[in-house]
Write a protein that binds this ligand. Structure first.
Ligand SMILES: [Fe+2]
Ligand SMILES: [Fe+2]
Length: 319
């Protein structure tokens, strides 16, 4: 996990930003449509419906803005992921606004904090406010949620920066530089351990939740000069090493929704300015639940989106 960044990333892979979720036509469909965002099955087996958003940057002046959208979650999602930067300056007052927004979500809410949530040095109090509201705030740990008889696991860390393969900072030289990179390395190691815990717990679906980006794919649109401050390849190595079905992050407001790790784990940047709506919806088939095996090549080439929510076919391992 600490080896030099010498392996290539995923150059040339097409990225798409097709909008998904929030499709009103599916909300009013009269019959059970296996591709609708309300369906718990894709016609072959169970799907886990994941709503996710980051970088909502709430403050007292926008209280109530997201509450109506979150109130409809139980019909559309099994859980809500919050990918950090929930506040503007990390104050308790702002955290209380976040807590109020999700108070009636009606589904489990799992969050990580972002850099903005640390700004006032009140991250412990912010975490407490969110926890008191029933939100599970992860930092180097994991949570297992029961969904339709299956275990769905979420492992979370804020993560940190440092850059990506071939253009990253190294743990070398001055103490300050070593400390900078060590922060990212330790965060990535905690993420790997937490994902490993989910495997040990027998989770049918495993999700890695971070604020900082694990891959550069989802930074497309951000100035190249600031990529090293938006994420780190060490997070992707942790995800690929431990395994996950989906990786969700925020932080890159000008980035792109879709990406993939070198190991083939799908990555989604759910920063609200990127997804352009209250939350994105992803549908993850439960492995071994009647879903017929799909050849790897077909999975890799399959359309990224299904009506009413993106269908995530699982990790595509590359040799
Ligand atoms: Fe942000
Ligand atoms: Fe951020």
């Amino acid at each position: 996990m600490t080896r030099p960044p010498t392996t290539p990333d995923t150059p040339g892979r097409p990225l798409t930003t097709t909008p998904d979720g929030a499709g009103p036509a599916h909300d009013t469909a009269p019959g059970p449509d296996p591709t609708s965002e309300t369906a718990r099955s894709d016609g072959h087996g169970t799907v886990v419906r994941v709503a996710a958003v980051g970088d909502i940057h709430l403050g007292p002046d926008c209280a109530g803005v997201l509450r109506p959208a979150f109130a409809g979650l139980p019909d559309r999602a099994d859980l809500l992921l919050l990918a950090g930067d929930l506040t503007r300056h990390g104050t308790v007052e702002e955290a209380r606004v976040v807590a109020e927004e999700v108070a009636d979500a009606g589904v489990p809410v799992v969050a990580v904090l972002g850099n903005h949530d640390y700004h006032s040095g009140e991250e412990a109090a912010v975490t407490q406010v969110l926890t008191d509201a029933g939100i599970t705030v992860l930092e180097g740990d994991a949570v297992v949620l029961p969904v339709a008889g299956h275990k769905v696991g979420v492992a979370g860390v804020k993560g940190f920066c440092g850059g990506f393969v071939g253009r990253s900072a190294g743990e070398f030289g001055e103490p300050e530089m070593k400390a900078f990179v060590r922060t990212t390395r330790l965060s990535a190691e905690r993420l790997a351990l937490a994902l490993g815990d989910l495997s040990a717990a027998g989770c049918a679906v495993r999700i890695a939740l971070t604020h900082f980006a694990p891959v550069p794919d989802t930074l497309a649109g951000e100035p190249l000069e600031i990529h090293p401050f938006l994420g780190s390849y060490l997070l992707a190595e942790a995800i690929d090493g431990a395994g996950a079905d989906l990786a969700v992050h925020g932080h890159a407001h000008l980035g792109t929704e879709h990406g993939m790790t070198a190991g083939g784990v799908r990555v989604r940047n759910v920063a609200q300015p990127v997804i352009g709506r209250a939350f994105a919806l992803y549908r993850l088939p439960v492995a071994g639940d009647g879903t017929p095996p799909v050849p790897e090549a077909v999975r890799a080439a399959a359309p990224a989106h299904a009506p009413g929510g993106e269908l995530i076919s699982g990790a595509v391992r590359r040799s």
